[in-house]
Design a binder for this molecule. Structure first.
Ligand code: FE2
Length: 472
């Protein structure tokens, strides 16, 4: 390595200049540093021919995200209006059916849909219906069949060989399109049409900004890994190229480890007072640069009950930071639009993920893949357009409009809960299953979760490039 290369390396290691990509470009072509510079920095001085020029670039480098306004819009459900009566659950189911039916009606193959009562009167030939799965059975010969319903009636359906493995994926309470022959009072389904998300253009913003995704901090746990928090704080305050672009930070629940979440939890707690656990999060928040907009929802370990949507964390837990302008407490789940000024912004669906364990258990294909690759269950719920397809997969507040229907197609889908880090893409949606600040616990062993702690995900909003930092 020559002197120039050594100096560039030193500047990068100090966190004061460029990043790995730029370094590699510098090594390849010692005189062309300019081509690797981040947007907005000294484009006209782009050719550096000596170490002095590199040092000059260092002086001009500035924090980018600070120079841009942050814009956050959050859809909030009216949880207070929720009455837990039998009628309200009927209304919840009917809202789920109507919302997903409307999504399905935009599919080409479902233009000539008839109601179940009309299909039952059919004298043969092919019909298309949209039904909610009322029950699933296996016949004596091992074939799958189901009873489906809509507002007009119920009908039994057989899934034929042509429906293939799709039939194995069908769950009770799914709302799906079905195409097949009617014979007597039965339908022989050849095609299953999922509501799914469409493949469309990958949306970006024009400003050179990023969003960071973390979850499952579990303050108060004996297994909390201090090193991860310290490295995260150091990084987000540094002049590192990726850190300086951060404008938005998402915290996907399980902020605290909680109290009495499972039998014997007391033994696993370092901080046995719930207020003390949230105090630790307040201390973390106070280290985050104030130009970063922070969105926080609850998880099943937080002191908010399990019923979803879970309400925002209240003032009593976060009294010191509650009024900070850059703190946006949200429900779980939440649809959050960030930076919606010029290009319409980026839609983020943030859901803690409490339903995922039971969905993985219910779908044979997901069960085979296990709990350590959460991207598969994330794709699965997008295909069904519902965060907890079967009633009982999670606890739900019976609102007039089912809040767990994935109505808006997310650009980024952020979840946690399983503590396994994963990044993937499905159609036009970036999938981020966040990691954790907590090591593997005996509780996680019992529920089959496998932790991969310390991974922080950044998504560049102008390119949708994903960068993962490992702070373990
Ligand atoms: Fe968690």
């Amino acid at each position: 390595m020559n002197d120039l290369q050594k100096n560039v390396l030193e500047l990068i290691e100090n966190g004061t200049l460029l990043g790995v990509d730029a370094y590699e470009s510098a090594i390849d072509n010692q005189t062309a540093f300019g081509s690797a510079l981040p947007k907005g920095i000294v484009q006209k001085n782009a050719i550096a021919t000596s170490v002095e020029d590199v040092v000059e670039v260092k002086k001009i480098k500035k924090i980018i995200a600070k120079d841009f306004d942050g814009v956050v819009d959050i859809d909030i459900a009216d949880i207070k209006a929720c009455a837990k009566t039998t009628d309200s659950f009927i209304e919840l189911f009917s809202s789920k059916y109507e919302q997903i039916k409307n999504i399905l009606l935009s599919h080409q193959g479902l233009k000539n849909t008839v109601s179940i009562s009309t299909a039952l009167k059919s004298t043969g030939g092919e019909e298309t219906v949209i039904g909610m799965i009322y029950d699933i059975f296996t016949t004596k010969s091992g074939k799958l069949m189901a009873e489906i319903e809509d507002g007009s009636g119920r009908m039994k359906v057989f899934f034929t060989e042509r429906a293939g493995t799709d039939a194995e994926r069908v769950l009770v309470d799914d709302v799906i399109g079905m195409k097949g022959r009617i014979s007597r009072e039965y339908m022989f389904v050849d095609d299953i049409i999922w509501p799914d998300v469409p493949a469309s253009v990958t949306r970006t913003i024009s400003d050179p900004l990023s969003a960071v995704f973390i979850s499952d901090l579990h303050y108060g746990s004996k297994e909390f890994i201090q090193k991860i928090e310290s490295r995260f704080i150091k990084w987000i305050n540094s002049a590192d190229r990726d850190a300086s672009r951060v404008k938005y930070l998402f915290v996907g629940g399980d902020v605290a480890d909680g109290i009495g979440i499972y039998p014997g939890q007391e033994e696993d707690l370092q901080i046995k007072d719930i207020f003390g656990q949230y105090k630790k999060f307040e201390e973390l928040f106070e280290t985050i640069p104030e130009h970063i907009q922070v969105m926080v929802c609850a998880g099943n370990h937080d002191a908010m009950g399990l019923a979803e949507p879970q309400p925002k964390l209240p003032r009593k837990f976060l009294p010191t930071i509650y009024d900070f302008k850059n703190l946006h407490l949200t429900q779980n789940p939440s649809n959050i639009r960030i930076h919606g000024m010029d290009t319409g912004g980026i839609n983020v669906l943030m859901y803690h993920g409490y339903s995922f364990t039971s969905i993985i258990d219910a779908v044979p294909e997901l069960r085979r893949l296990g709990m350590s690759e959460p991207q598969h269950v994330m794709k699965d719920v997008l295909r069904r357009r519902h965060l907890a397809p079967t009633y009982g997969a999670t606890v739900v507040n019976p609102l007039e409009i089912d809040p767990l229907v994935i109505k808006t197609v997310p650009d980024i889908f952020h979840t946690g809960d399983l503590h396994s880090h994963a990044v993937d893409k499905y159609k036009s949606t970036t999938l981020v299953s966040s990691s954790t600040f907590q090591g593997q616990t005996s509780f996680m062993d019992r529920v089959g979760h496998k932790a991969t702690p310390g991974k922080i995900t950044c998504v560049e909003l102008d390119t949708r490039r994903v960068i993962v930092k490992d702070f373990l």
